[in-house]
Design a protein around this ligand. Structure first.
Ligand code: HEC
Length: 198
């Protein structure tokens, strides 16, 4: 026969381990991570976020050197997407990444066009009141691309305002995001849903 004293710790251990595994599930996903120096740690896992569009500035239409070459596959983190659907605003800690993809060819059996090839770069804009209290819209812009390389920087310092933000401030339709090029965002804006039907 077990005495109450020997059973109790066993039950407590069991309870603690159940609580532990629940809290592991409940742990909120963190999409935005800065290091001690305020550099943005390169976001990962974004190909499982919400894909909002793929603008294309092919090198061959830009004298061989587009500022952001070729396809731009753009993703927003899922928590900010939910907030956007509800409110039509980009929340604090929004992460938007644009992954650059080369043009692999211009002919397919479907016709002539531009077709995606290989991953060639990564840029990001992130909204953080804490990191960028004075920046317009609290946005910070980052470049992880290493030109002519498959590699990406593991972390990056915020770009100067005139390198990125100034153009976004003057030309983007909504809070520095070029929503004019993303029907996925426009269809869902403050509608509470993705707008999957017509
Ligand atoms: C001359 C204007 C201009 C400059 C400078 C510029 N961008 Fe953009 N950016 C755009 C346009 C236009 C788009 C949308 C169409 C596209 O991708 O070509 C865009 C899209 C983006 C997106 C996807 C979200 C969105 O708003 O569409 C990110 C992320 C981004 N840029 C980051 C950067 C970073 C980082 C820099 C600086 C290194 C930068 N941009 C500099 C014009 C600019």
């Amino acid at each position: 026969m077990f005495s109450l004293h020997t059973i109790k710790p066993a039950i407590m251990v069991a309870m603690l381990s159940v609580a532990g595994s629940f809290s592991a599930f409940a742990e909120p996903m963190k999409f935005l991570n800065f290091d001690q120096q305020g550099q943005l740690i390169r976001p990962t896992g974004y190909r499982e976020w919400i894909f909002i569009g793929a603008p294309l500035t092919p090198n061959d239409m830009n004298n061989g050197k587009a500022a952001f070459p070729e396809f731009h596959n753009v993703y927003i983190d899922p928590v900010s997407w939910t907030y956007w659907k509800r409110t039509g605003e980009f929340k604090d800690e929004t992460v938007i990444v644009k992954e650059l993809v080369s043009v692999s060819g211009k002919q397919a059996v479907s016709g002539n066009g531009y077709f995606q090839g290989e991953y060639i770069g990564l840029e990001a804009m992130v909204k953080s009141r804490q990191q960028f209290p004075k920046a317009p819209g609290n946005w910070g812009f980052f470049r992880f691309t290493i030109e002519n390389s498959d590699e990406l920087h593991a972390r990056a310092a915020a770009q100067a305002e005139h390198n990125c933000s100034t153009c976004h401030q003057h030309n983007a339709a909504k809070d520095q995001v070029f929503t004019q090029y993303y029907p996925v965002l426009r269809a869902a804006e403050a509608r509470g849903q993705a707008g999957s039907g017509r």
